[in-house]
Design a protein around this ligand. Structure first.
Ligand SMILES: Cc1cc2nc3c(=O)[nH]c(=O)nc-3n(C[C@H](O)[C@H](O)[C@H](O)COP(=O)(O)OP(=O)(O)OC[C@H]3O[C@@H](n4cnc5c(N)ncnc54)[C@H](O)[C@@H]3O)c2cc1C
Length: 429
């Protein structure tokens, strides 16, 4: 019977190497550089590029990709085990070439890009030489993509894009953007939009401002508010067919969501480890914090939440590997996405509490991690939408009860059992 929770020993050796490498080489880089995605920063390049070479040498570069695109093709389960180590760092995903949003954007380009677009962007993106941006959310509404109004109008052998986008992460580090725009406002709601590759140097692109989020950089933010004014792109920069923007989006969102979750497992574990250390280090009233039952409860609840979440992530990754179709694991991915902000928020909050005033100070990373839990509840879709999606999937195909009472109505079950065994019916129904 195939039901196994063990990691194959050869891959475990790789994971052990990654764990050491991240502790010794990657975590110190996080203390020096501000944005691992900023390929124009010479300090970043000096520190990160040699580490990327080491990762390539270990055949761990771009593990989200199959061999056809230069990755080892380990699949999602192994990627999950790798990502949970990388998740405790800022630079880790970039050092290993599997960072968001580039991993998802590479998947889109691989599926839908022309050979020219692939040669120009996909190769350098996978090699880590350039970065990319996914520009979909609009200022007037993110949760309802059918409310988007950015337009792309065909003009000869070009499309002309006009509109505004909001929270286009990493636009300022990117060589190109993947932009969703309405091509036919009269089409059914889910067939109005299309997806385009837009080179960042195309005239008409204006970054109105780079919005920051609390807990991240004190200087300029990384989430661009972008205005597109008469931005002309060649018609072959359309990804997939006209009107299939939502379908193209799903190519990246399924993977993107679970990859965030894999990394979040690492952050939750780091928070728990810090709680444990604190509990056995801090003394009060002649005892360790770990001797207090209320503290023990915090630790127990955190560990159970982490384990439940981790198993859900790993099982979902395993299902993706088995089924090779994100559409068949929509409910699982939504479940992972739904649980992720809650578990991270709960465990980080307890870690803050156990660290007292130090916990909320800027001398500890918890404030940033707590904000990260809100980030996880919004990016790639608000939690509420994922709850709705789960319910929708579960309700699909569920039949109403045939009679007045539910199928599991005890008097009816009694009567049926009595009939089956030839006993005298009580005649309750
Ligand atoms: C850190 C971060 C990075 C991001 N990066 C990108 C990016 O690179 N590219 C990009 O295109 N977008 C990006 N986004 C945007 C993200 O996709 C949106 O924030 C998300 O889709 C929600 O849209 P909104 O912010 O407009 O919130 P709204 O749509 O205004 O929703 C606000 C709240 O309303 C409630 N709500 C909304 N709809 C429903 C509903 N149907 N039922 C019940 N309650 C509901 C929820 O509580 C929701 O959180 C990023 C967001 C964050 C936080």
């Amino acid at each position: 019977m195939a039901w196994d929770f063990e990691t194959d020993p050869q891959f475990q050796e790789k994971l052990d190497w990654v764990d050491r490498f991240v502790t010794e080489e990657v975590e110190p880089v996080d203390r020096i550089i501000e944005h691992a995605w900023d390929v124009s920063d010479p300090t970043r390049n000096k520190l990160i590029k040699p580490l990327q070479e080491t990762v390539r040498g270990q055949e761990l570069w771009a593990c989200h990709l199959g061999p056809n695109l230069g990755g080892p093709g380990y699949g999602q389960l192994k990627l999950a085990l790798l990502n949970e180590i990388l998740g405790r760092t800022h630079s880790g995903p970039v050092v290993f070439g599997c960072q968001a949003p580039d991993s998802g954007n590479a998947e889109i380009l691989a599926h839908y890009g022309t050979p020219e677009l692939k040669a120009r962007y996909l190769g350098p993106l996978i090699d880590g030489d350039i970065m990319s941006c996914y520009s979909m959310t609009e200022p007037q509404g993110g949760s309802d993509p059918t409310s988007f109004v950015t337009r792309a109008v065909r003009d000869g052998d070009h499309y002309v894009i006009n509109g505004e986008k909001w929270f286009s992460s990493h636009a300022r580090f990117s060589s190109f953007l993947i932009v969703m725009a309405v091509t036919d406002p009269t089409a059914p709601r889910t067939e109005r939009a299309s997806m385009f590759v837009v080179p960042i140097d195309t005239p008409g692109i204006e970054i109105v401002r780079n919005v920051g989020v609390w807990g991240h950089s004190e200087s300029e933010g990384t989430h661009a508010y972008i205005r597109y004014t008469d931005v002309r792109v060649p018609a072959d920069h359309l990804l997939g067919e006209e009107g299939k923007g939502f379908e193209v989006a799903q190519t990246r969102l399924g993977g993107g969501r679970i990859h965030h979750a894999m990394r979040t497992v690492g952050l939750v574990r780091a928070s728990l480890d810090m709680m444990l250390e604190r509990a056995v280090s801090r003394r009060t009233r002649g005892k360790n914090l770990s001797d207090m039952q209320l503290v023990q409860e915090m630790i127990a609840e955190s560990w159970v939440e982490l384990e439940q979440f981790r198993l859900l992530v790993l099982r979902t990754a395993w299902k993706i590997d088995q089924l090779q179709d994100y559409k068949k694991v929509i409910a699982d991915i939504s479940a992972v996405k739904m649980v992720m902000p809650k578990v991270l928020g709960n465990v980080v909050s307890r870690a803050i509490q156990l660290h007292g005033s130090l916990g909320i100070s800027t001398e500890m990373p918890f404030g940033k991690w707590l904000l990260e839990s809100y980030h996880m509840g919004l990016a790639d879709g608000a939690t509420e939408l994922h709850k709705q999606q789960i319910a929708k999937q579960l309700l699909r195909g569920t039949e109403p009860s045939p009679g007045l009472f539910p199928t599991v109505h005890l008097p009816a079950l009694d009567s049926a059992a009595e009939l089956k065994f030839g006993l005298q019916a009580k005649g309750v129904w």
